[in-house]
Design a protein around this ligand. Structure first.
Ligand code: BEZ
Length: 211
């Protein structure tokens, strides 16, 4: 059955460019991002992996481990990383899973044969410290992903895991948040001492609680 938000992220042990990794053990108590790309030595993928490498420290700051995957073999990954580093002025320091037998790709439903034969599509799974899937994205081969959006989503997920808030459209870290409907009006002063403004009874904003 297809994976859904809230499902446990399927565990696996796989060969990576940094040695064998058991996903759940490797994640420990932190957050994770597992993202697939269609093929090594291809142009869009080269820019994506370089972009991720350049902002990897931002994910580290947020206690998020990053791991890439494609169905290419290990020697291809190792050769391609040199190209990524050279052309993207980057230093790929996150592991890449070599999955030529497609074990992980099948587990995470990353192969969509009607879109892309025999390759993984551009999937992203954000995994929480409880090992549950918090976010899934699927992009076609022709569209490189926006990795700043992944950082933005992580900021929202980590915030909303701690406080009874949600984040509005195009929200960025530091901006006002929405008080979730489960919070009664009379509970707001104690829960949100920075104040709030009610635009409608169901649309109540408060300054970001952890800023
Ligand atoms: C690319 O990364 O450029 C790419 C990969 C697979 C199919 C098409 C494009």
């Amino acid at each position: 059955m297809a994976l859904r938000l809230g499902d446990e992220a399927p565990n696996f042990t796989a060969e990576t460019t940094q040695g064998p990794i058991n996903l759940h053990e490797w994640l420990g108590n932190g957050w994770g991002i597992l993202f697939s790309h269609p093929k090594d030595f291809t142009p869009v993928c080269t820019t994506e992996l370089g972009t991720m490498a350049k902002i990897a420290s931002e994910f580290q700051k947020r206690n998020v481990k990053v791991i890439a995957i494609s169905v290419d073999p290990m020697d291809a990954h190792k050769g391609w990383i040199k190209d990524i580093n050279e052309t993207q002025k980057a230093n790929v320091n996150f592991p890449m899973i070599a999955d030529p037998e497609r074990k992980v790709a099948m587990l995470y439903d990353m192969i969509h044969p009607n879109a892309l034969d025999n390759m993984t599509v551009r999937s992203v799974f954000v995994i929480g410290p409880d090992k549950k899937i918090k976010l899934m994205l699927t992009y076609p081969a022709s569209t490189g992903r926006n990795f700043d959006e992944l950082l933005r989503v992580v900021d929202s997920l980590q915030l909303t895991a701690k406080y009874q808030v949600a984040t509005p459209a195009n929200w960025k870290d530091g901006e006002d948040c929405i008080i979730v409907p489960a919070v009664k009006d009379e509970e707001i002063p104690a829960k949100f001492p920075k104040g709030h403004r009610a635009v409608k009874p169901y649309l109540r904003y408060t300054p970001q609680p952890n800023k």
